[in-house]
Design a protein around this ligand. Sequence first.
Ligand SMILES: [Fe+2]
Length: 194
Amino acid sequence: MKQSSLKDFLEFLNQQDAKSFKTDIVDKYLKTHPIDHEEFLPYTFFREETYGRNLIAKNDFFELLVLTWLPEQRTAIHDHANQRCWVLMELGSLTFKNYEPIGPIIDEKKYTLKPAGKAEVIKAGSSPAYIDDGIALHSIANASRKPAISVHLYAAPVARCRIYDEASKTFKWSELEYFTFSGNTWNETIQALH
Ligand SMILES: [Fe+2]
């Protein structure tokens, strides 16, 4: 199958809206338009302190990110506010773990979370994965000894999510930050504005 470019993918994404992202149009596109790994390299920056969220592009309806994972880097357990999410594994593997839904999350309330089902490992070379938006809570980890790179398409974008604080057993709001923007680091982006 002919490899597609990131430019074509972005053109396709920019033509979608809230309604079309709820259909299987993205699944169909990804099935017939595999994207060369190298297309994502300009957006791939590893971060020492935590996994890296590198923004490729976003509008009101979607957000496309390259996530970088050094060995043992992981997300907190978090929710997804009915977002749809597609994952393309570019390098290495990631372990996805779901947790049982707990009904409405109440501030200050303590919860003990139970894993739901088996952890799922997604490896580079497998077909695009879809993260069910019905899943209330999950975490993603690079449980391997090698770096991992994944591309995440979210519809719609969210600026913050709830994360589970394992020490206090309560949920807290967390602002989602970017490590780099469209291939630039934060400092370069600030400098470009001046
Ligand atoms: Fe997530």
